[in-house]
Design a protein around this ligand. Structure first.
Ligand code: SF4
Length: 144
């Protein structure tokens, strides 16, 4: 079966900043078609769960307490890149709106609950590697 990288929170893993997850029921269908490699770039980058939420501002990642956590996001991104290269991944299903995994939108960096066009730190790197990126809103495309 083809391998696919999937944001771990979409699989039901409690790695979200608030200790919860973003489980998507269509994942069960995806499991029948692909070998799934779960990744959470923020946990891979050394951040704990739960953790303060973060947003991207001026090319840095800042958490709600004002701490610059860019190095954690970069570390997580680089670990995901290693996984992608090792496992020869061609596709990724990533969680929309996240500062790591966002596909088409991220929050505006002001913690104002406002979405803007943009992508997460890990998503950006995977796109540069030529990986096909899907969000949970595109999951039907992966099931065709
Ligand atoms: S970094 Fe990605 S995988 Fe981890 S909780 Fe956030 S959206 Fe989910």
């Amino acid at each position: 079966m083809e391998v696919i990288l999937v944001s771990a929170c979409l699989l039901g893993e409690n790695c979200k900043y608030n200790g919860g997850n973003n489980y998507h029921e269509k994942i069960e269908l995806l499991k029948k078609k692909y070998d799934i490699i779960p990744i959470c770039p923020e946990v891979l980058g050394g951040l704990s769960t739960p953790r303060s939420p973060s947003e991207i501002k001026n090319y840095r990642v800042i958490n709600k307490e004002g701490l610059d956590v860019t190095k954690n996001f970069i570390l997580g991104r680089d670990k995901v890149i290693n996984i992608v290269k090792y496992a020869k991944v061609r596709k990724a299903l990533l969680k929309e709106n996240s500062p790591s995994c966002g596909v088409n939108h991220i929050y505006d960096g002001k913690f104002s609950h406002t979405l803007i066009n943009g992508e997460g730190i890990t998503t950006s790197a995977l796109r540069k590697l030529g990986i096909e990126i899907y969000s949970e809103n595109d999951i039907e495309e992966l099931l065709k």
